[in-house]
Design a binder for this molecule. Sequence first.
Ligand SMILES: CC(C)(COP(=O)(O)OP(=O)(O)OC[C@H]1O[C@@H](n2cnc3c(N)ncnc32)[C@H](O)[C@@H]1OP(=O)(O)O)[C@@H](O)C(=O)NCCC(=O)NCCS
Length: 175
Amino acid sequence: VVTTLASVTESTKLQNLAATEVDALSEAFANWPKPCSLFERYAAMAAAGERDVVVAWSGERSVGYLTIAWTSPYQPFAVAGIPEVVDFNVAARQRNRGMGHALMDEAERRIRIRAEFAGIGVGLTAGYGAAQRMYVKRGYLPDGRGIVVDGEPVAPGSMIVVDDSPELMFTKRLR
Ligand SMILES: CC(C)(COP(=O)(O)OP(=O)(O)OC[C@H]1O[C@@H](n2cnc3c(N)ncnc32)[C@H](O)[C@@H]1OP(=O)(O)O)[C@@H](O)C(=O)NCCC(=O)NCCS
């Protein structure tokens, strides 16, 4: 599926990840600890139909991506048949130009065909601040289960390290 985003630039497109593009993607996102092997795994999961991997391209450069896990790794979503948007990134210099919303529009369009709800998790640190604001603005609500680490609920009174792991999980009704 190729969608041209008139709202960004005429040369910006959303496309499904092709295995041949793994190098370009891992180079573009080398600032994060995102090894090539991660994108190879995504390409394999896409080929197996387990995930959709949607990449935003500006000309030859990949500027953002997200994946849709059709069976969420988070048990409550998996049990409820809620697909989850996992690993959503826009390259730092390309932010605040509508790319993130365009990727989320495309993810929700695909999920709506198969499911009533979309799910997403977001970290608690300021590094995830833009995402936290975006999901609330887009109509996502916390799932009410509180903080989870690696998909498991954190018991009240627990000591945890607030790094990239603790998340709140959100859902949005799509139909
Ligand atoms: C979250 C993230 C993906 C958002 O990507 P993005 O491309 O900056 O998102 P957008 O540009 O669509 O939207 C961001 C803001 O820019 C605004 N915007 C959209 N188009 C714009 C334009 N043409 N000009 C100026 N601003 C614009 C949006 O309205 C939005 O502002 P708002 O929050 O006040 O509504 C990005 O910040 C990111 O990669 N963050 C780090 C990783 C992360 O947190 N990922 C999510 C993990 S759960």
